[in-house]
Design a protein around this ligand. Sequence first.
Ligand code: ADP
Ligand code: ASP
Ligand code: MG
Length: 407
Amino acid sequence: MSLVVQKYGGTSVGSIEKIKNVAKRIAKYYKEGHKLVVVVSAMGDTTDDLIEMAEKINPNPEPREMDFLLSSGERISAALTAMALQNLGIPAIALSGKQAGIITDNIHTKANILKIEPKRILEELEKGRVVIVAGFQGYELQKGDVTTLGRGGSDATAVALAAVLKADICEIYTDVDGIFTADPRIVPNAKKLDFISYEEMLEMAGQGAQVMQLRSVDLAATYKVPVIVRSSFNENSGTLIGEGKEVETKQKVKGIAHNKNIAKVTIVGVPDKPGIAHKIFAPLGERAINVDDIVQNVSKDGITDLSFTVPEKELQKTIEAIQEVVKEIGAKEINYDNNVGKVSIVGWGIQSTPGIAAKMFGILASAGINIEMITTSEIKITCIIRRDLVEKAVRALHDGFNLGGEE
Ligand code: ADP
Ligand code: ASP
Ligand code: MG
């Protein structure tokens, strides 16, 4: 008998009909004799709708109350999914993140899972029940308050539970057939991959492919959880995310990722001295702001410019956080630009293969796209460009590197 953790995303449980269908799928696995822990997201756009409501009431809501509010979305779908199963005669129980024993730090709205105490889950499994866990949430130990795990956080709930329960597999059910060479909503002939390594998926997710939350991939890689991403609407086999490289092929570029929700911050006139970068980035770290794509220009007369990107919704917080230090170190000013986006090519061996970077820049140039910043890692090259050109860039690179399948 195998233990399987399944996660159904928002679209998959987006209506009463869809919840009933998900329940039928779960019932089928249950009857095959698997032990099942099922993580569900909030129905459809519930989380977005709740955020909108909160911001209409208070433009700057307290993160604690935000978590209190947002965690309710997943409780609704967990309860309804359990009821749908019970209606099919399958024993099931819905648990909140807290009841499932998910303990986090107290960084409200983007808490990290610290530990899971799965006693209750194990007891319920022992009784032969399907355990439905409300995704995206846990609780912190100081006050026992509910926390949420950042957007897309139900993926993290599922992978973390799979790791702790030593599940045979973690299945992420979503609205596409698996991981594609690019977002299929933007590139119609994007090809589904059968396999992608943890490292490549980390870069894809880190550079914006929202199909898997970045932290969940990190957890999967750390605890070597085999993950399958597949559709909840058909029986296709999906994509395995796992260890190791595929047999070396000539094609190094595995996929194109993009992100339109970033902003670029530039600190102008930074004195080029030891310790300055630390001074600038420490306050951002303390506020748990995700800084990415840091580029420092060559200094001239002991003065340099420093640019980096942050999620657009954290731009205001970022500027507030660095205002003091910028004065203190004697830098000239802070500029920001929230009309930027980024596009990345991802794949093993990209950095060590001569010509790939040149080819990327050539493709973008031919498409008339200006590159404003470039960052690289061992398995990715990222270009910051105008936001309205991001989709064009994704399609041009996908074509240029011949990643497409049949249309
Ligand atoms: P869920 O609600 O199931 O968690 P998400 O909306 O978070 O689903 O993620 C699925 C979406 O991710 C797809 O509809 C697709 O548009 C998008 N996506 C972006 N990049 C990729 C990619 N490389 N492969 C597959 N899907 C991708
Ligand atoms: N409902 C949450 C969100 O929309 C978590 C999730 O779907 O994974 O971000
Ligand atoms: Mg998601």
